[in-house]
Design a protein around this ligand. Structure first.
Ligand code: CA
Length: 105
């Protein structure tokens, strides 16, 4: 009984550890999580690189994470924070993101 409890706790720990290691955010080229995608871990990205600049149209987030996105490089211009999966970026945000910061609780 005790042994099973410890096995269960260990398994739980492994699951939560691996979910922490998963992507903080995944960006998609098209709305509804379609087209090309790119995932990123926790952290700041001051320049999303030319391949993804002004291209993102939807995003998914790890349930424990949120991402602050910016219209310009170096976290400049307007900003918006997303705290959940977003199938369609709000008006004015489609194909505009150039830098971001992804954080988890
Ligand atoms: Ca797009």
């Amino acid at each position: 009984m005790i042994g099973k409890l410890w096995v269960g706790l260990f398994a739980l720990g492994v699951v939560s550890a691996s979910s922490r290691a998963d992507a903080c955010v995944t960006f998609y080229e098209d709305v509804n999580y379609e087209g090309a995608s790119v995932s990123a871990g926790i952290g700041d990205n001051h320049w999303i690189a030319s391949e993804w600049n002004d291209r993102i149209s939807s995003l998914t987030l790890d349930p424990t994470c949120y991402v602050e996105v910016f219209q310009n490089v170096e976290f400049g211009g307007a900003g918006w924070t997303f705290s959940g999966n977003t199938a369609r970026l709000p008006d004015g945000w489609d194909n505009t993101i150039s830098s971001y910061s992804c954080k988890c609780f």
